[in-house]
Design a protein. Structure first.
Lengths: 413, 292
């Protein structure tokens, strides 16, 4: 324990570590605050003048309009469609931005969270194209929850035509999603993107902090002395790995908690009760509320973060100098992002999952996987990307940690 | 207690750095003398267990150090040629860190660090970052870490580089006291570092031990090969190419006094001088300059 405390003290004494740790917490707050600035509404003042409000004022405005909060019943959905259709007909429009801003915020804004989902639920089963609001049948909308399973079946038929096992898994998972959905104003999907961006930046910081844990000793020759001591091999390597995990892992977790607390304090904690299906696909496979999704994204992100850190430690134990360790660490951390963008099709999907830092990124993030219907296949068997990412992440942590310790002990041998 | 280096060889891709070296080290101070690139550091690193020999073995009390692992490192102290340290650590932080790695208890660590800082006159800088210390002070911190666990085997690679003359003398005295019932191996190309304190010296050249013995025994190898003479400075210009001059001094009468190495006297007024270890070193490494 004394050695671990001394190693933590050593790492924390380096200036770059302090700067990055401070930057991490700062980012935790900033990434929570930024989505607030995107909130906006147009309200009519007591003088009859329309006024645009943004930021926290807009948040306060939405929090006051509580008519639609609570269970998302078929009646509420039918009401939403009816009002939308009436307003669109009045202004002969198809989209919200064709309606005068004052009218949109006065009449439609409170129904807005439901409309996208309703259109998605009643999308064409052959083409997947969602109908326009004016094309929706209000009577049919009354069977919204009955329609969801059919919608998921058609999605899986379109996306996983050759993989019936994927469809089975999806339907099985969706059966566990509790309905009716719930809605409260709060942090939305936009906000969740910033949590993912935060996790991505924290991973880059984590790579910078840990890339030199072993390589610095080798570069300066410090480990010639350390390796000649009683505990200077396996135990020291183990302590270095543990200290790196503790410092970066705790920072990642705490920054994520700072983000969750700040986000929900700014947007309102009630919003955490909203079903994730309101903001993402109506047939999303996870039975989570937005609050649970925030935590799942954070905890899952921490697993992927630690997998990346453990691989960086392994690279550090192999590298002869800090520059190579850092360069390799960053390249491997960014590789899934590059693979996702540059390698098309199944190979790209596999790569962005199985690479050491799989799931770290934006488009290829764990969050998007949790909201998506992507499956990986081996023969007739299918595996949901989320399960693959997390399972591999959990396996990578001990595997690369062991390899880091092993390679440190074997060096010079 | 003995440390046996048994037919140890280290071959790099295109170079034989250590060539079938055999040496049995018993308690006492051992000097390992050799020019730069002679194979001293490679041999030291193999003894320290941070480099594996290509062939041969190193045995501590007849057990291979490869099999002893932690047990061997527990009785071992090492100061490498390049003392790498953590720049962000203070002297005390660093010594506490190494002490923890050496398995010293917290209380013993405190006492040992206090004593070593006192002995190595580092007490005043104990709270200073190592990065900000002078070269000599950094070297002394390196020596302190090697002594923390009171090792039975102490290996010091060029320990006095960067130390001033006073520090060198203090360090030699410290080592002489420390070496009782311990094996202390000092690798150096600075002959006076080991001349007076080493019980045995080994001279390594091109990866091979070419001479081994006490200082007196080694000095005898150049008996009747060290001469002194005086000459006029003009004559010196003529003789310089012919003589292997060890020392040269301007005398008050305008002549120069020379100490040189040769199989036989090279001038009429040459007289034989008592050899010193440095003479043997220069005899064996003719390309080396005289080092103070």
């Amino acid at each position: 324990m004394r050695l671990l405390a001394l190693e933590i003290k050593r790492i924390l004494k380096t200036r770059i570590t302090w700067i990055l740790l401070a930057a991490s917490f700062f980012l935790g707050v900033i990434m929570a605050y930024l989505p607030v600035t995107f909130e906006g509404a147009v309200v009519t003042g007591s003088d009859g003048e329309e006024k645009e409000i943004t930021g926290l004022d807009a948040v306060a405005y939405y929090q006051k309009n509580r008519d639609m909060f609570g269970e998302v019943t078929a009646e509420k959905l039918q009401e939403a469609v009816a009002v939308y259709q009436q307003v669109y007909e009045t202004y002969d429009s198809q989209y919200g931005n064709e309606v005068p801003a004052g009218v949109f915020y006065e009449e439609l804004a409170k129904y807005r969270p439901f409309i996208r989902g309703i259109r998605e639920a009643f999308a064409d089963p052959e083409t997947g194209i969602a109908p326009g609001v004016r094309d929706l049948d209000i009577k049919q909308v009354g069977d919204y929850y009955g329609q969801l399973e059919k919608r998921l079946t058609s999605v899986m038929d379109i996306e996983q035509k050759k993989n019936p096992s994927a469809k089975e898994i999806a339907l099985d998972k969706f059966a566990r999603v509790s309905r009716p959905y719930k809605y409260y104003y709060g942090a939305s999907g936009n906000s969740m993107d910033y949590e993912t961006l935060l996790l991505f930046l924290l991973t880059i910081f984590g790579v910078v902090i840990t890339a030199t844990i072993f390589s610095a000793d080798r570069q300066t020759g410090a480990d010639d002395i350390l390796r000649c001591t009683r505990h200077g091999r396996r135990r020291l390597a183990g302590v270095k790995v543990t200290a790196a995990f503790l410092i970066t892992g705790v920072t990642c977790l705490l920054c994520g908690i700072v983000w969750i607390v700040t986000t929900n304090t700014l947007f309102g904690w009630e919003g955490t009760e909203t079903s994730m299906q309101i903001f993402y696909s109506v047939t999303s496979l996870l039975p989570f509320t937005v609050g649970q999704l925030q935590w799942a994204n954070l905890l899952g992100g921490c697993i992927l973060f630690l997998a990346t850190v453990s691989f960086t430690l392994f690279l550090s134990s192999l590298a002869k100098d800090n520059v190579s360790a850092l360069a390799l660490g960053l390249v491997f951390a960014l590789l899934p992002v590059i693979a996702y963008m540059a390698v098309p099709g199944v190979l790209g999907e596999w790569l962005s999952c199985i690479l050491p830092s799989g799931g770290i990124g934006l488009g290829n993030s764990l969050l998007y996987a949790m909201c998506d219907f992507s499956f990986l296949h081996i023969g007739a068997a299918s595996f949901w990307n989320v399960d693959v990412l997390l399972l591999l992440g959990i396996l990578k942590i001990p595997l690369f940690s062991f390899l880091a310790v092993f390679s440190y002990c074997r060096r010079y041998a | 207690m003995e440390l046996k280096i048994d037919q140890v060889t280290k071959r790099y891709k295109d170079k034989l750095a250590v060539d079938h070296v055999s040496l049995t080290l018993k308690p006492g101070v051992w000097g390992l003398l050799g020019a730069n690139g002679a194979g001293k550091t490679t041999l030291m690193r193999m003894i320290a267990g941070i480099m594996k020999p290509t062939s041969g073995d190193i045995l501590y009390d007849n057990l291979s150090i490869q099999s002893l692992q932690g047990e061997y490192r527990n009785i071992f102290g090492y100061l490498p040629q390049e003392f790498g340290f953590y720049p962000e650590f203070t002297v005390t932080d660093y010594l506490s860190y190494v002490a923890a790695l050496k398995g010293l208890s917290k209380a013993k660590t405190r006492d040992k660090i206090d004593a070593l800082l006192e002995q190595l006159t580092l007490t005043d800088v104990r709270k200073k970052k190592i990065l900000k210390l002078s070269g000599g002070m950094k070297r002394r911190v390196g020596i302190a870490q090697a002594l923390l666990n009171e090792p039975e085997i102490l290996i010091l690679d060029e320990p006095t580089s960067g130390l001033d003359p006073g520090e060198r003398v203090r360090f030699r005295n410290l080592l002489s006291k420390f070496a009782q019932n311990r094996i202390v191996l000092i690798s150096t190309h600075i002959v006076p570092d080991v001349e007076y304190i080493a019980n045995q010296n080994a001279i390594i050249k091109e990866g091979k031990i070419i001479a081994l013995g006490t200082t007196e025994e080694l000095e005898r190898l150049v008996e009747n090969k060290v001469y002194r003479c005086t000459m006029h400075p003009k004559e010196l210009a003529k003789q310089e190419g012919r003589l292997r001059i060890v020392n040269l001094k301007n005398e008050e009468d305008g002549r120069v006094s020379l100490r040189y190495l040769s199989e036989q006297p090279m001038t009429e007024n040459s007289i034989a001088e008592a050899p010193r270890l440095e003479d043997l070193y220069l005899w064996l490494f003719p390309q080396e300059e005289v080092r103070a």
